[in-house]
Write a protein that binds this ligand. Structure first.
Ligand code: GDP
Length: 338
């Protein structure tokens, strides 16, 4: 019997969690794990908030607020309202049930429990079977430079609603960070590594930049592919397009291919970008155009299954069946999209 396919997803929050849901509920679930971004983490009201890890947990627990794509559904705001009454900042929305996660996380951190173990405990309490792995247990944080200077990521993202022009990015703490053994093992043992359609600059780059991770990725014999978060030069949600430009990349599928150059063997783009296929063939070995918009579980599972087929077809590298699978899928994307 063939050993089960081991799939690892590198993921941010909202876009990544959609892809995670697709894999977790598809037939590949038993061998699937996610490495989630921790560089959007920030303290609020003395509590450590880890938005992308929580979005992954709540999504895989099927308790996510589906309208927003983050936070728990059926939330109330009593704690935040009372904090506001006391004069605290309330621009970062944290629901009452969600507060419990941050209180638990902060208390456990203060007791010296490893953040990876805390994340696993929260996932377990929510009944999540998929391992949600942290790339590092150290504190790494995205910072954004605007005209007034360096600011925290959530200040840019939530408080300032992504309005100011970005002059620069940095990930504070990255040089001193150490990769977790869980993340290094997951990557080393994977057959297929998928970079989710997440923000390349603030969700995926922090994972790839943790010392040790790029190295193990490069030495891994896994098939590595990315799903573009940009469709028609725009994001589905969030500031990834303007961030790509601010970071010096094109804000389209070609920019995504350039950003992941040297990391990926394959790229999945939306069928709406199929006219870019010829240009992308110079940048990435395997490119597949398909439906990548995920609004419901069926679409998420269907994209996960297409990725597994893409992997199976490409595994032989340069074999004829890989080429013919990709060519016929791309031809189909062209026909169905007209
Ligand atoms: P964040 O950490 O919450 O900002 O979430 P991510 O970094 O994981 O994802 C943000 C990216 O997801 C954005 O650039 C979106 O364009 C992308 N995204 C969201 N939904 C979809 C989708 O259905 N399909 C694709 N291809 N990208 C999506």
């Amino acid at each position: 019997m063939n050993s089960p396919l081991k799939i690892v997803l590198l993921s941010g929050g909202v876009g990544g969690a959609k892809m995670a849901e697709g894999f977790a509920f598809s037939r590949s679930a038993a061998q699937f794990s996610v490495i989630g971004n921790v560089a959007d983490d920030q303290a609020f009201h003395g509590l450590w908030v880890s938005p992308d890890i929580d979005t992954l947990t709540y999504t895989l627990a099927d308790e996510i607020d589906k309208t927003k794509g983050w936070g728990l559904r059926d939330e109330s705001n009593q704690v935040l309202d009372q904090l506001k009454r006391l004069g605290s900042d309330s621009w970062m929305y944290l629901g009452d049930k969600d507060f419990a996660t941050h209180i638990y996380r902060t208390e456990q951190r203060q007791r010296g429990v490893r953040p990876s173990v805390i994340a696993a405990n929260i996932a377990h309490a929510y009944g999540v079977k998929t391992p949600i792995i942290l790339p590092t247990d150290d504190c790494i944080q995205n910072k954004v430079m605007i005209e007034s200077g360096w600011i925290d990521f959530q200040d840019y993202f939530v408080k300032l609603a992504c309005q100011p022009d970005i002059l620069d990015f940095k990930i504070a703490g990255i040089e001193a960070a150490t990769a977790t053994p869980e993340s290094l093992n997951a990557i080393a043992e994977a057959d297929l590594i998928v970079i989710a359609p997440s923000n390349p600059i603030v969700s995926i780059k922090p994972i790839l930049s943790v010392p040790g991770i790029a190295d193990v990725l490069q030495h891994s014999s896994a098939f590595k592919l990315a799903v573009s978060p940009l469709i028609n030069g725009e994001t589905v949600k969030g500031p990834a397009d303007s961030m790509m430009t601010a970071a010096g990349y094109r804000s389209d599928v070609e920019g995504v291919a350039d950003f992941y150059s040297g990391v990926i063997d394959g790229l999945i783009i939306d069928q709406q970008d199929r006219d870019r296929l010829p240009r992308l063939s110079n940048k990435v070995e395997y490119v597949l155009a398909t439906d990548t918009l995920m609004f419901n579980r069926q679409q998420k599972m269907s994209l996960a299954e297409t990725i597994v087929h893409f992997y199976q077809a490409s595994r032989g590298r340069n074999n004829r069946s890989a080429r013919s699978f990709i060519e016929s899928a791309n031809a189909l994307a062209t026909r169905t999209a007209v």
